[in-house]
Design a protein around this ligand. Structure first.
Ligand SMILES: C[S@@+](CC[C@H](N)C(=O)[O-])C[C@H]1O[C@@H](n2cnc3c(N)ncnc32)[C@H](O)[C@@H]1O
Length: 296
């Protein structure tokens, strides 16, 4: 794995993390996979990587997420950077879901850790994970296969997914927004709004913006190019301006936050109203109630 040798990450954090991870085991796994062949199975030939993504060395890894090394090292490292417990943090998103979504989209799914928990919580739901990195998708599929979980993983961009309007009951993103410039996060929320049926929910789990503002130096150590801009802004406000209602942010163990919003039943000034979305849904025609939650 090519890591920027002079980065703060490499000089200070990586040596500490290396004491805890099984580097030999990771290397064996890394060498056991034909990365070109496996990643080609996911690669969408029409996808153009946005420059904010392809030009950055996230976490000090040269080439960022567009490398097999990032995909292999992501889980072993992430468990140590989500205190007090990675599973609890992710579970907070799953626990906040209202009702029984039938179609779920996990944006920036990475190695699929949250995606798998969503499928486990809603085994009957169709769950799709979408990510810009075909290498991360190789890992997510490997994990889903081991867990015997039927999840579809797709190579794509969260800001323009290509899915039809009103085709999901739930859209989630965990640990994505601190890695996208704020204007991209806003675009992703507008896309999420378009994708949701009336009454559908969006859930965004990420670093706690208030807390990160107070520990600015951490941004340097973790080599997160957009985290300062993320922390200086407000996911709540982005959700409101994307059209979501009942927007609420709750702290998750002080270091993280979970923001939830609902696509309203009637959308004012919309070219196409959310009421029309309900009418399009044969199961729900005329009921005037959220597309999921009470019926699934
Ligand atoms: C920090 S990881 C989070 C992964 C996973 N959601 C998790 O909770 O562990 C961020 C992921 O978002 C992906 N990503 C970044 N920008 C994206 C975008 N615009 N569209 C889709 N995926 C994106 C990256 O490739 C990476 O896998």
């Amino acid at each position: 794995m090519a890591v920027g040798k002079n980065s703060i990450y490499e000089r200070f954090l990586a040596p500490v993390i290396r004491m805890f991870i099984d580097e030999k085991g990771l290397r064996r796994f890394y060498e056991s996979v034909d990365w070109q062949k496996e990643s080609d199975r996911f690669r969408n030939p029409n996808l153009e990587y946005p420059s904010y993504y392809s030009s950055q060395n996230f976490h000090g890894i040269e080439g960022g997420y567009l490398t097999p090394g990032a995909a292999v090292s992501y889980d072993p490292i992430t468990q140590y950077v989500l205190p007090p417990n990675e599973a609890w943090i992710r579970q907070s998103l799953v626990d906040a879901i209202s009702g029984q979504p039938r179609r779920i989209l996990d944006l920036g799914c990475g190695t699929g850790s949250t995606t798998l928990m969503l499928k486990k919580a809603f085994p009957e739901a169709e769950v799709i994970g979408l990510d810009l990195s075909p290498y991360m998708l190789v890992m997510s599929e490997y994990k889903a296969r081991n867990a015997e979980a039927n999840i579809q993983f797709l190579h794509g961009s969260a800001e323009a997914t290509g899915f039809p309007d009103a085709s999901f009951d739930l859209v989630t993103a965990s640990l994505l927004f601190h890695e996208t410039p704020p204007e991209i996060s806003r675009t992703i929320l507008r896309e999420s709004f378009r994708l949701l049926r009336a009454g559908g929910e969006v859930l965004i789990l990420d670093g706690n913006q208030k807390t990160i503002r107070q520990v600015d130096w951490l941004s340097e150590i973790f080599e997160e190019p957009y985290i300062r801009a993320y922390a200086a802004d407000s996911v709540d406000a982005w959700m409101g301006s994307a059209g979501f209602e009942a927007v609420q942010t709750q702290d998750v163990w002080a270091i993280h936050q979970l923001t939830k919003g609902v696509k309203p039943i009637a959308v004012k000034n919309s070219r196409r109203t959310a009421i029309a979305d309900i009418a399009d849904n044969e199961d729900l025609a005329g009921l005037g109630i959220p597309a999921y939650g009470t019926l699934a």
